[in-house]
Structures are given as C-alpha cells and as structure tokens.
Design a protein around this ligand. Structure first.
Ligand code: NAD
Length: 309
C-alpha cells in the first residue's frame, strides 16, 4: 500500500505522521511545492519512527510527482488555510487552482488512486476534483463530517462529563460554520439519547459550539487547526486501506439522496477499499431536512463561483 499526502503544512504533515504511526501503508510520500519542506518533515518523521516502533518508508518530494507514482490513496491538503475572521469560503479563488492542478498531476502517475480532499472550502473543492477529473464518484471523498463529528463529540463529552468513547454523534451537511448540521436528535450516550441527560438549552449550545469549532481554534491559534484534522484524515484513510466499512459522514456526490443532486455534501457513507461504497440514506425529520436543503443552497452558490474563476 502506498499513500501520498499533498501539502506538507500543518494538516498534511500531521496527517502523514498519523498514517505512518498507525502503519497504514508500507510507503508514505509527502509532497509540497515549497523546496525542502516535505523532505525535511519526512526525515523528521522517519527519525521519530525509530522511537515509535513503526516501520514505514516516508519520502519527501519537492513537487516531483514521479515519486508519488502508483499511490493507492492520495490526501490533498495543499492550499491556504483561513486566518482569524476569514470563512472557509474566502479561500476559494486560490485553492481551486491548486486543487485542480494537484489532482491532474497525481492522476498522471496514479490513475487508480482514491482521493481524500481536505483543502477548503472543502465541499466545493470535492465537487471541483470530481468534475475536473471525471473519475468515478466513489473515488472522491471530501473530509469534513468526520472532523465536525469529533468536535461534536468533544463538546458533548464536556457537557456530559463523560468519555467521548461512549458517545455517538454525527454532523452532516456542508463543512461551513453556518452549513453544518449536528444531529443532536440522534446523538447517544451508550445507546441512550443524549436528550435524556442534557436539557434543550445545553444541547443547543453544544450544537452552536460545534458549528464554530474550527473558527474558535483559528481565533485562539491564529491559523486553522491541524491535530484533529490530521487525525481525521488518517482515520478516514484507515477505513479505506483496511477495508473497515466504517460509516463515516463524508462529503460525496449526491444523485437524489437526501433530496439533493449534482452536489457534493456531507452524509453518512460506508468507507472501504473502493472508496465510498454506499450512502446511508437515512430519513431526516422536517427541521433537519430543511437545514440540509439550506446547506445545499449555500454550497451550490459556492460551486457556482467556480464557473467565474
Ligand atoms: N476539511 C477540513 O476539515 C479542514 C481542516 C483543517 C484545514 N483544512 C484546510 O486544509 C488546507 C491546509 O491547511 P494547513 O493548515 O495545513 O495550511 P498550511 O499553510 O500549513 O499548509 C498548506 C501547504 O500547502 C502547500 N501548497 C500550496 N500550494 C501547493 C501546490 N500547488 N502543491 C503542493 N503543495 C502546495 C503550501 O506550501 C503549504 O505547505 C487549508 O485549505 C485549510 O483550510 C481543512
């Protein structure tokens, strides 16, 4: 198994590090446009691996796509992150060109790869990668819901004062501060609805904190977060390469599911060796469906900007 991570910045390097520590592949390639950055970080990780008991070949590449040849999975994190006060949508002009170019270059050397798109605005970048590559829809997976769900579970565990391991909670819709939908109705604490333990006001606050989870970190750190995004990338890659068939909320191409078509949006999907294998088309209540439709409208408006670039 060979995995390439494009972008050796905060998210890409953390994702590659998590992939190597979990030994998800025999070979990991980290590629960046900046000379030396990926080689340096790859060498650092290789040295760390001697202390961590993991045995993975980690290679850095300064924009040399030949080194990425025959990758099974490619994670795209290249592009600019948001700064305090910016939305993910502010990044579209710069990141659209980067994501399109990177996808083309990867496909020249790894025609069978499965793509995980992390660069923001992620829903639109996933749509762009799918449309510009013409790849089968199951091979393009946008990462957002798995991270937003991790943030949802974090805030729930803080409110419940319990281990996040006992919680199930899913966030669907767009990966934006106003477009994501934490499904509080369906969240459980060891199988019991969280509404049994938390009042409506607390649940609303958990949902609101989740939605601005990324912005809160950007404000505190001065740039967008990387530990949880990198870990989320590795968890998603693990379900692919180990064919785990986990149900993970991911941004995928919809053709009528959840009442939407010709859009990439976050819904629960089965993730395995073939990429995303099946959408779990669960029935939402009226309020959730209305929020999902609103989210789709916002992402569609963003997708329309692609035509003007
Ligand atoms: N989907 C998510 O859940 C999620 C979470 C966090 C961050 N992000 C996004 O991920 C992206 C990366 O964030 P970051 O914090 O790692 O940023 P960063 O600035 O630390 O790293 C980005 C890297 O991309 C590289 N790059 C730029 N153009 C390139 C190209 N054409 N080819 C190869 N490499 C190129 C840069 O040199 C840089 O090293 C941002 O768009 C950010 O908004 C998404």
């Amino acid at each position: 198994m060979k995995i390439t991570v494009v972008g050796a910045g905060a998210v890409g390097a953390t994702c590659a590090d998590n992939i190597a520590r979990r030994e998800l592949a025999e070979e990991v390639v980290l590629l960046d446009i900046k000379d030396g950055l990926s080689e340096g970080k790859a060498l650092d990780m290789l040295q760390a691996s001697t202390l961590l008991d993991c045995d993975v070949k980690i290679t850095g590449s300064s924009n040399n796509y030949e080194l990425t040849a025959n990758s099974d999975v490619v994670v795209i994190t290249s592009g600019i992150p948001r700064k305090p006060g910016m939305t993910r949508e502010d990044l579209i002009g710069t990141n659209a060109n980067i994501v399109k170019g990177v996808t083309e270059n990867i496909l020249k050397h790894s025609p069978d790869a499965i793509f995980v798109i992390i660069s923001n605005p992620m829903d639109t970048m996933t749509y762009l990668a799918l449309k510009s590559s013409g790849l089968p829809k199951n091979r393009i997976i946008g990462l957002g819901g798995i991270l937003d769900s991790a943030r949802f579970k974090t805030y729930l565990s803080l409110a419940l004062k319990c281990s996040p391991n006992d919680l199930q909670g899913v966030v669907i819709g767009g990966h934006g501060d106003t477009t994501m939908i934490p499904l509080t109705r369906l969240a459980t604490y060891s199988g019991v609805p969280v509404s049994h333990f938390l009042d409506a006001e607390t649940l609303q606050k958990v949902a609101a904190d989740t939605m601005v989870g990324g912005a809160t970190l950007t404000k505190l750190i001065g740039t967008s977060a990387w530990y949880a995004p990198g870990a989320a990338g590795a968890a998603l890659v693990e379900s692919i390469v180990r064919d785990q068939k986990r149900v993970i909320p991911c941004c995928v191409y919809l053709e009528g599911e959840y009442g939407q078509s010709d859009i990439c949006l976050g819904v629960p999907v089965v993730i395995g060796r073939n990429g995303w294998e099946r959408i779990v088309d669960f029935e939402l209540n009226d309020e959730e469906q209305a929020a999902f439709n609103k989210s789709a409208d916002a992402v569609r408006n963003m997708n329309d900007i692609l035509k003007t670039l």
